[in-house]
Design a protein. Structure first.
Lengths: 254, 333
């Protein structure tokens, strides 16, 4: 389903975190959410999956207002991968991915073939099937992130929200994860820091600064030398990559 | 897993029969069985009235209260550790038991509600007051799990100080001794009416907790992760905090402050059956029941002619057991 955010604002304490943001993602497309630290990317993602309450404006999934969907129903549709989330519980990889089936299972329901299939499929997709019995505590940061993504996929969502999913990954897994997300066919919003990866894998981009959208559109339209200078405060040279045809950003030394 | 469950039930049954048979007057297990059969089925075995009375009126009721209290405390610990995501969480950390002690002391020494309010009633009210106070404090402080625990610690200190103040300023020596015994937990004086309260508390508590197993599992990665998995976090927290508070208040008002069961048993159970709450909750309840009945037996036989407070036994045996669990868990992880 498509995701539409219409003039949404959110204040925490006295600080305006998200300020009149409007953006939309078409069904099956991937939107990259860019912006410096503290620009409101995480908060916006949390508003979309209703972990924070929208104070003004409307967020819709397809035809439905997010505020009107029950929490369990929402969790069957939208999966969210947090930036960093950890546990002290002695869980295996399989235990964690199985949590993704929580919104699909009744209280006394047995583990079904559907559940099993969704979990195996998810593990396979992030290449963790062979390590299903390994303990969470023994995983590297990148592996943990892949398990979280598998957990999200096990929710069999129609919308996927990822908050800097490549943060702890080595370059191989960064590329793998983003390539995976771009091929899922699930409507996704991905908060990212790496502008080149955003240009490579996202269908469209939105740039946040101090809670406001300052640019939105295709990667070619959004990623300009002027914008990067204004928003991120660095000088950059942008050219079309002769290799993959997307735009390629080279940062200049001061 | 089924074999494990059967073993645990058998162990509990065995432990309760032992608890009924062992004591200053030693009673053969066969006599115990006959006495129980007489009462339950009117079997009509010939038994001395003393034996019949000891088995039924004193020891069996005591063993059943011990078992249900142990189950309740272990359940509370398991649930609080999951909700607060803190391995140290247990009923006492929230100050509930300290509040119960203060409530009991108010009735016992200051004579609050004299004639109407029983010692247990005072303890129950104290426990609820303490829980509400800690709740208000925690809500004001931001209600993160660390803060709730800190507020609980602050509440415990406050109520313990209050209890000590009342005891040192108002109690005579005999009262002080009585209070001390009660503060450390004691099953003496427990009779059938207590069974009819403590067994339902444990069973209802177990049922409510079992109805939230998915939510408890989903809390592993924190409240936001649980909410993203479709859990109504606020509602689940309120229901489960209230349930644990009521269970603890009920237990403490009957048998006093018995430490360590709520802390140790959940970890031991997790070590045996793993972290999934569908198995962990029944395992902790059974483990708590077995542990508490065993502790009661030890408290009655370790020193001849004298009964130790059961809280002393649970701590004396629980602390080293806990150390062993931690040590082995670290090696196997």
């Amino acid at each position: 389903m498509s995701i539409t955010v219409d003039t949404v604002s959110y204040t925490a304490g006295n600080t305006l975190i998200v300020n009149g943001v409007s953006l939309s993602v078409e069904k099956g497309r991937v939107l990259g959410l860019l912006g410096p630290n503290g620009s409101g990317k995480s908060s916006l993602l949390r508003l979309i999956c209703r972990l924070r309450k929208v104070q003004s404006g409307v967020i819709t999934l397809g035809e439905n207002d997010v505020a009107s969907i029950s929490r369990a129903e929402l969790a069957r549709r939208v999966a969210f991968v947090e930036q960093q989330s950890n546990t002290d519980t002695q869980l295996t990889v399989l235990d964690v991915v199985k949590l993704g089936r929580t919104p699909h299972r009744g209280l006394w329901a047995n583990w079904t073939a559907d559940d099993e299939f969704a979990v195996e499929e998810a593990l396979l997709r992030v290449d963790m099937l062979e390590r299903a019995e390994q303990f969470w505590q023994t995983l590297s940061g990148g592996e943990r992130q892949r398990v979280h993504i598998a957990r999200a996929l096990a929710q069999t969502p129609s919308e996927l929200l990822l908050d800097e999913p490549t943060n702890h990954l080595d370059i191989q897994h960064q590329l793998e994860i983003l390539s995976l997300v771009s091929k899922l066919g699930i409507t996704s919003i991905v908060a990212l820091h790496d502008l080149n990866l955003a240009a490579m894998f996202c269908d469209s981009l939105a740039v946040l600064q101090k809670g406001e959208v300052v640019a939105a559109g295709t990667p070619e339209d959004v990623l300009t030398e002027d914008l990067i200078g204004r928003v991120f405060g660095v000088r950059a040279h942008i050219q079309k990559s002769p290799v993959h045809g997307r735009c390629n950003i080279q940062y200049l030394m001061r | 897993m089924a074999a494990l469950a059967v073993t645990a039930f058998l162990a509990l049954g065995l432990m309760i029969s032992l608890a009924v048979s062992i004591g200053e007057i030693s009673i053969p297990v066969s006599t115990t069985a006959k006495a129980v059969a007489n009462r339950l089925f009117g079997a009509g075995f010939e038994l001395s009235r003393i034996h019949q009375g000891i088995v039924w009126d004193y020891r069996l009721s005591r063993a059943l209260v011990a078992a249900s209290a142990g189950a309740s405390l272990a359940l509370c610990g398991t649930v609080l550790q999951a909700l607060l995501r803190n391995p140290l969480a247990e009923p006492y950390v929230l100050g509930i038991s300290a509040g119960a002690s203060s409530g009991a002391v108010c009735v016992m020494i200051l004579g609050f509600g004299y004639g109407i309010l029983t010692l247990s009633g005072g303890a129950f009210i104290g426990a609820v007051v303490a829980f509400l106070l800690v709740g208000v404090l925690a809500a004001g402080a931001g209600a993160t799990s660390e803060r709730i625990i800190l507020c609980g610690v602050a509440g415990s200190q406050l109520f313990n100080a209050l209890t000590s103040y009342i005891v040192t300023t108002s109690a005579n020596a005999e009262q002080a001794r009585g209070v001390l015994f009660w503060l450390l937990g004691s099953l003496s004086g427990v009779r059938w009416p207590d069974v009819w309260l403590s067994v339902p508390i444990a069973l209802v508590g177990l049922f409510v907790c079992l109805a939230h197993v998915r939510a408890l599992d989903a809390f592993a990665f924190g409240t936001d992760a649980a909410a993203a998995l479709g859990i109504a976090v606020r509602r689940v927290q309120i229901v489960l905090f209230a349930t644990t508070a009521a269970m603890t208040a009920g237990v403490v008002s009957m048998v006093g402050s018995i430490g360590f069961v709520g802390l140790v048993i959940p970890h031991a159970a997790r070590f045996i059956v793993g972290p999934s709450h569908a198995r962990l909750l029944p395992a902790a309840a059974l483990g708590g029941a077995i542990f508490m009945v065993a502790a009661d037996i030890i408290s009655r036989i370790i020193i001849p002619q004298q009964i130790l407070p059961i809280g002393v036994v649970t701590a004396l045996f629980g602390a080293p057991a806990f150390a062993v669990i931690l040590y082995r868990a670290r090696r196997s992880a």
